[in-house]
Write a protein that binds this ligand. Structure first.
Ligand code: PXP
Length: 254
C-alpha cells in the first residue's frame, strides 16, 4: 500500500466560540487561520452551524477571501447551507449531521438512511466543482453507501475512539481502533479519499497517522486549547511533528 502524504486541516471554530463569548471582533478566526497556515497547516476547516454558535456567515466569506490554502466548509445538508456554500465556493464541503442541542458533532452522518435526500445534494456540489466529503462512522454499510453516492471523500469519525483512549477504557479503545483500521481500508479499497477527525490530540493523531490510506486529518478543539499555553504556531508545529512520527513508524514497518 503506497503511503499517501498526510495533510493537516486546522479547525478554527473555537476561536469564534471565544470571540462570541464577549460579542466583539476578537479573537479573529481568520487571524488564527492565517497563523496556522504560516506554521504549516495544509488547509482550514470551519463549521457554519445552523444556530451560528461559533463561525458566522461573514467569517466563512472572509476565510475564503483571505486564506491561501484550501477551505473545508463543514455544514449540515440543508438547502440554506447549500445556497451559502455554492456562493462561497470553498475547496471542499464536509457534510455533517447536526442537532441543535448537541455540544459538538456527536455521530456520523447516516448516509444509509438518508441516501435519497443526499444524492441530489451531493450532485449539485459535484457539479459546482466542490469536493464533497461525508463525515461518517467507520461502519461498512455507511462506507459502501458513501461510495455509491459519488462523494469523492469520506471523513471517518474518530471521536468515540479518542474518548476511549483519553478515558483509559482500553478494551473499548482497542475495539474502536480496529473498526477504524478496517473502515479506512474498506473506504480506500472502494476508491474513496479518506480523511479522519474529531477529538484527536498529539497521541491519537500520531497513532492514526500510521494508517497509510489516510490523506487528511481535521483537528480543532485540542489544538485551540494547547494554543492557550504554547501559542497556535507552536501547536501546529507539534501536531505536524506527531503526524510525521506516525507516518515514519508506518514507513519503517517491515
Ligand atoms: N471533523 C469534523 C467533521 C468535525 O465536525 C469536527 C468538529 O467540528 C472535527 C473534525 C474536529 O474535531 P475536534 O474539534 O474535536 O478536533
Amino acid at each position: 500500500m503506497p503511503i499517501l502524504p498526510l495533510r493537516l486541516g486546522v479547525n478554527v471554530d473555537h476561536v469564534a466560540t471565544l470571540r462570541n463569548a464577549r460579542g466583539g471582533a476578537r479573537p479573529d478566526p481568520v487571524r488564527a487561520a492565517l497563523a496556522a497556515i504560516e506554521a504549516g497547516a495544509d488547509g482550514i476547516t470551519a463549521h457554519l452551524r445552523e444556530d451560528r454558535r461559533h463561525i458566522r456567515d461573514d467569517d466563512m466569506a472572509r476565510l475564503k477571501a483571505e486564506i491561501s490554502k484550501p477551505l473545508n466548509f463543514e455544514m449540515a445538508a440543508t438547502e440554506d447551507m447549500l445556497r451559502i456554500s455554492l456562493a462561497t465556493r470553498p475547496h471542499a464541503v464536509c457534510l455533517v449531521p447536526e442537532r441543535r442541542e448537541e455540544l459538538t458533532t456527536e455521530g456520523g452522518l447516516d448516509v444509509v438512511g438518508q441516501h435519497n435526500a443526499l444524492a441530489p445534494f451531493i450532485d449539485r456540489l459535484n457539479d459546482a466543482g466542490i469536493r464533497v466529503s461525508l463525515f461518517i462512522a467507520a461502519d461498512p454499510r455507511q462506507i459502501e453507501m458513501a461510495a455509491r453516492l459519488r462523494a469523492p471523500v469520506v471523513e471517518i469519525h474518530t471521536g468515540g475512539w479518542c474518548d476511549a483512549v483519553v478515558d483509559g477504557h482500553t478494551e473499548k479503545a482497542a475495539a474502536e481502533w480496529l473498526r477504524i483500521v478496517e473502515g479506512v481500508a474498506l473506504a480506500r479499497a472502494a476508491g474513496l479519499e479518506v480523511h479522519a477527525g474529531h477529538g484527536l490530540d498529539y497521541q491519537t493523531a500520531e497513532m492514526i497517522s500510521t494508517l497509510p490510506e489516510i490523506a487528511e486529518l481535521n483537528i480543532g478543539y485540542f489544538m485551540m486549547g494547547e494554543a492557550l499555553f504554547v501559542g497556535l504556531g507552536e501547536t501546529v508545529r507539534q501536531m505536524r511533528a506527531a503526524m510525521d512520527r506516525g507516518r515514519r513508524r508506518e514507513a519503517a514497518r517491515p
